[in-house]
Ligand binder design. Structure first.
Ligand code: 13P
Ligand code: SF4
Length: 303
């Protein structure tokens, strides 16, 4: 780690009144300099509470956008302007309008991994750690779950009283974790527990011992009496897993557990963003106003 860069980051943060938020999928050296590190739900809650005038987001654009929508008066800067989640663009307003026309008593439930524009057409947002709780508390019978098909199907199994309409969005990183690779990892480490993110495909979820968000996976491993775990999510979580559990062993299921967008965030780019206070998240006031409604609804229902 470049100690000079770290010192300069600390100094600029103070001088410019900036708080740094980072997702568990960015590199460990970036997680280490962040003020808050967490999953998408935790980071959106933190964004509503921080006192600093400026937020520097180390993650992908939908995360920075959510922080901005929840804090319109703050300046939100991204560490990398191109770090974007492909899944966030996998549903269109036209498709939402079609489903709305087809069903009465419908709630459009939008995984937070979506653009600010898509949130403006949605009734409520969810993250992987609160989706079941939020959907259970929605009054509507019909749920159009966008954009992630895998998370939607997982939630549908847990909330059978609702009628789900699914979309075909996916995360290429989690979809790339194949059941055969997990089986092979289990063959090599038969005592290890399999901990999986719900963006993975159903066949992987079926052979898992625990399913949860990044934070939930870390908490589960930390509290567990077991000492070996096969981790089915993006490799960034290994940093916190190993920090918290130096005596436990964590195994990957191959080289595909890598989100190229999250890995665009580097220490040098964090420093550069602090120096220039750019790239800033800029959204139309009308988009911010409308997208705030489903985000606030999520925070309310997830409590
Ligand atoms: P969580 O932060 O909810 O675990 O979601 C993971 C993810 O894919 C974020 O892009
Ligand atoms: Fe998007 Fe998947 Fe990367 Fe998360 S891991 S940011 S869902 S591409």
């Amino acid at each position: 780690m470049d100690e000079n860069a770290v010192q300069r980051i600390k100094q600029l943060k103070e001088e410019k009144d900036v708080v740094i938020l980072a997702h568990y999928y960015v590199d460990g050296e970036v997680q280490r300099i962040a003020d808050y590190v967490g999953d998408s739900y935790y980071l959106s809650k933190v964004a509503t509470k921080v006192k600093e005038k400026n937020i520097l987001f180390c993650g992908v654009s939908f995360m920075g956008e959510s922080a901005k929508i929840l804090n319109p008066e703050k300046k939100v800067v991204m560490a990398d302007q191109y770090a974007d989640c492909p899944m966030a663009h996998m549903v269109t307003p036209e498709r939402i309008a079609e489903v709305r026309a087809e069903y009465d008593d419908l709630a459009v439930v939008c995984y937070v991994n979506s653009t600010a524009e898509i949130k403006t057409y949605s009734d409520v947002c969810v993250t992987s750690s609160n989706a079941i709780r939020v959907v259970e508390r929605i009054k509507a019978k019909n749920i159009f779950f966008i954009p992630d098909n895998n998370l939607g199907r997982y939630v549908a199994e847990k909330v059978p009283e609702k009628n789900f309409i699914f979309h075909d969005g996916f995360c290429h990183v989690h979809k790339g974790i194949e059941a055969s690779a997990v089986e092979e990892a289990k063959r090599l480490q038969p005592e290890a527990l399999v901990l999986t993110h719900p963006e993975c495909t159903m066949d992987v979820l079926e052979i898992s011992d625990f399913i949860g968000s990044t934070s939930e996976i870390i908490d589960f491993a930390t509290r567990s009496d077991a000492d070996k775990f096969i981790i089915c999510t993006e490799m960034g979580v290994f940093f916190e897993l190993m920090q918290k559990n130096p005596d436990k062993k964590f195994y990957s299921v191959g080289h595909r557990q890598f989100c190229p967008n999250m890995k665009l965030v580097t220490l040098d780019k964090v420093l550069n963003a602090l120096e220039t206070m750019e790239p800033e998240i800029i959204l139309e006031p009308e988009v911010m106003e409308k997208a705030l409604i489903p985000l606030q609804k999520m925070l309310e229902l997830a409590e």
